[in-house]
Design a protein around this ligand. Structure first.
Ligand code: NAP
Length: 312
């Protein structure tokens, strides 16, 4: 059975950047992806915060070029879901639904995902008014109204950030008390651009190609209310922050993680297991963006190359 130099799990920006650097270093590299390349940014319509991306750049167009670049340097791609692994030895074994793979080093770049509301219309309107990332999308709502769903630290901090762009930010929370830290709450209560809709959950999001209205339910009375976009705006933003989960379940007990399941690495992207690296959103870090994922991937691939050299 073929023993690759590097196997990369995940073909989002972190995995593809790792593939590019590994391929250019002439390492025999395989990228294993579960569904299709791209990770979270394939659902992003416009990317204006990745250096060099101008107006027409979309998530899919950026990813398509990243994939092509890895192929140019001889990186192999395959679709499979990894279900188990042995990472401890000099040869790492990855077991997938379709096949078994072996490599001298492994880069885990399986990403993370926001928890969705799960209501009608949410999926269809994601990237069309529904967002899970204020850093990514706040600028598109300059002077618009936005709603933030959630009551934890993320929701309230992101609501504060959104006030720099939106003319009004309404936090929709399912209880009558925020979960966020008191210090963060105080800032939100003191900000006159922020309003609260207590005891409320979003039941449905509506719109023809763009968010136009949403149905909100009062959790106490069960009463439904439809919120329409301001006539002049035609739309509003819905930012969902009800939790974010790393795709790290399968790596539990294999590499060290924090209590929320994010994989711990040092600045060289090394996990606690020699020859096993992690890159991108699955890693414990402070900023989860395409640019930081790509940077992690580059570092991980270079360090994987060094690891292989030292172990030969
Ligand atoms: P979180 O603390 O789990 O809060 C999730 C919020 O979403 C809660 O208010 C929860 O309501 C609400 N929620 C959950 N499921 C929902 C649903 N299906 N429908 C409607 N609302 C729902 O998540 P987080 O805010 O992403 O924070 C995650 C962790 O990161 C926390 O430990 C947090 O302290 C940490 N964090 C820290 C900082 C910081 O220190 N600056 C910043 C960001 C995150 P309930 O309150 O009713 O459960």
């Amino acid at each position: 059975m073929e023993i690759y130099d590097v196997i990369i799990i995940g073909a989002g920006p972190a995995g593809l950047a790792a593939g590019l650097y590994a391929g250019r270093a002439r390492l025999n590299t395989l990228i294993i992806e579960k569904e299709k390349s791209g990770g979270q940014i394939v659902i992003t319509d416009e990317i204006e915060n990745y250096p060099g991306c101008l107006d027409e750049e979309t998530g899919p167009s950026l990813i398509a070029r990243m994939v092509k670049q890895t192929e140019k340097f001889g990186v192999a791609h395959t679709l499979d879901t990894i279900t188990d692994m042995e990472l401890e030895g000099d040869v790492k074994v990855l077991k997938g639904l379709h096949d078994e793979y072996r490599a001298k080093s492994v880069i885990i770049a399986a990403g993370a995902r926001p928890v969705p509301i799960g209501c009608k219309g949410e999926k269809e309107l994601t990237g069309k008014g529904v967002s899970y990332c204020a850093t990514c999308d706040a600028a598109f709502f300059e002077d618009f109204e936005v709603y933030v769903v959630g009551g934890g630290d993320s929701a309230v901090e992101e609501a504060l950030y959104l006030t720099k762009f939106a003319r009004k930010v309404t936090i929709i929370h399912r209880r009558d008390e925020l979960r966020a830290a008191k210090s963060i709450q105080e800032k939100a209560f003191a900000n006159d651009k922020i309003d609260f809709m207590w005891n409320s959950v979003v039941e449905e999001i509506k719109g023809d190609g763009i968010v136009e209205s949403m149905v909100v339910k009062d959790t106490k009375t069960g009463e439904l209310k439809e919120i329409q976009a301001d006539e002049e705006d035609g739309t509003f933003g819905i930012f969902v922050f009800i939790g974010y989960r790393p795709n790290s379940g399968v790596f539990e007990g294999k590499v060290e993680m924090n209590e929320r399941g994010y994989i711990l690495t040092n600045a060289d992207m090394e996990t606690n297991v020699p020859g096993v690296f992690a890159a991108g959103d699955i890693r414990e870090k402070s900023l989860r963006q395409v640019v930081t994922a790509a940077a992690d991937g580059a570092v991980a691939a270079v360090q994987a190359g060094k690891y292989i050299e030292e172990h030969e």
